[in-house]
Design a protein. Structure first.
Length: 412
């Protein structure tokens, strides 16, 4: 295949370089705007062969696996440019929804790194080969066997070796496994997935493995095998219990920054609904100042939050309730007691709930999202109902990835 030369004009939504040849769009991974590069093409996608004229914003990646591992897409780009790009992605999403808002500077929320990682464990195709644990390669089913990952908190440094060790215990099953490893205050909390039902002998071997590695807890598909210390997180001095596999903000710093944002945005409120509350990182903090009703569809998370409420006496009245807000949102009459609502939904957003808020007389909504498109769609619903969208703040806890968190206040 004969190489071609192309100039990169922009970075796409997934972090790939974009250019044109003969009027046709070409996607070039790991290329930066302004660069002239040599490529080989297969349809719309291209493989980078050589950088002929590098960008002044190109930097050396911090990880030796970059370019192979599918976890990061912009390690080679100066941080200031990445921050601008993520602001631009939010601006584009708002524009497509016919919305205008001030996009504030991107807040670096990486902190010490990610506190949870899911590692894939795979067995050798050839007898006697090593068990591997790591991330998938970009656009591939092949695995990158990790020695380390610079994006993780130091407490997760041993996670790949521990995942390989779990794979060794279960090697007779020869099933592809996942190990979700969380760094909590009591040590490592690990949930094994993909094994299915296992014999009692293997259960005992896993328990012995957990003890030998001083794990706080080891679960199998959420079922507890051993719990030496109940996994907990600290929210500004408050205790929060952690069920196996529950959703967490990727970094502790992002969680703290978003909670501070919510507290400031809800200042003066007396009765707040925290919807899609998860384990209650916002609700528990808010309950120091105001009455809070926390709702989420994850029954385990709500049970853990109820336990956390009991472990943190004092503050204002707080209720935690399990409810599917996609199928059964809080309806307009149910919103009457609240003077504000905080939402932090999954990637698909909170369309059904926003439509009920639009019907209500609620005056203030604090919207936190990890997806610019669903955030803009949901904001459009409220703007059409008479709300004003305030400045949007990007929070970047997904360093080197295409994802970005954002938050804004909407008021009538």
């Amino acid at each position: 295949m004969k190489p071609q030369t192309i100039e990169i004009s922009a970075i796409g939504a997934r972090g790939d370089g974009l250019g044109e040849i003969g009027g046709a769009r070409v996607i070039v991974p790991f290329a930066l705007p302004g660069e002239h590069v040599s490529i080989t093409r297969e349809g719309e996608r291209a493989t980078l062969v050589e950088i002929l004229a590098p960008s002044a914003d190109r930097i050396a990646p911090e990880c030796t696996h970059f370019g192979t591992c599918g976890g990061c897409v912009v390690q080679h780009w100066r941080a200031e440019k990445v921050a601008e790009w993520k602001r631009g992605r939010i601006r584009q999403a708002l524009s497509r929804a016919r919305l205008e808002a001030e996009i504030l500077p991107t807040v670096d929320a990486h902190g010490a790194g990610r506190r949870r990682v899911t590692l894939h464990v795979r067995y050798p195709k050839v007898a006697g080969g090593p068990i591997e644990a790591g991330f998938m390669q970009a656009r591939s089913h092949a695995l990158v066997d990790l020695d380390s990952c610079p994006l993780l908190v130091p407490a997760l440094a041993k996670a790949p070796d521990i995942a390989r060790g779990i794979g060794h215990v279960l090697r007779g099953m020869a099933k592809p496994l996942d190990a979700q490893v969380t760094a909590c205050d009591q040590g490592l909390d690990i949930d094994i997935r993909g094994a299915g039902a296992i014999a009692e002998g293997l259960r005992q071997k896993l328990i012995a493995f957990a003890k030998s590695h001083d794990l706080a807890r080891l679960t199998l598909h959420g079922e507890r095998l051993i719990e030496e210390r109940a996994p907990q997180l600290s929210y500004d001095g408050l205790v929060a219990f952690l069920p196996a596999g529950s959703f967490l903000q990727a970094t502790e710093t992002a969680e703290t920054l978003l909670a501070d944002y919510a507290k400031n945005a809800l200042n003066g409120s007396k009765n707040v609904a925290d919807l899609f509350c998860g384990l209650g990182p916002f609700a528990l903090r808010l309950a120091r100042r105001m009455k809070v009703t926390a709702i989420d569809s994850d029954k385990q998370a709500i049970a853990a939050l109820q336990r956390s409420i009991r472990a943190n006496p004092g503050g204002r009245p707080m209720v935690a309730e399990a409810r599917d807000l996609f199928r059964r949102p809080l309806f307009a009459p149910e919103l009457k007691p609240f003077d504000a609502v905080l939402l932090d939904p999954p990637r698909q957003g909170a369309e059904a709930q926003m439509r009920e808020i639009a019907k209500s007389k609620l005056a203030r909504v604090v919207s936190i999202s990890c997806d610019a498109e669903s955030f803009a769609r949901d904001a459009r619903i409220l703007v059409d109902a008479g709300f004003r969208l305030g400045p949007v703040t990007p929070f970047d806890q997904f360093r080197h990835a295409a994802h970005v968190e954002m938050a804004a206040v909407l008021e009538r």
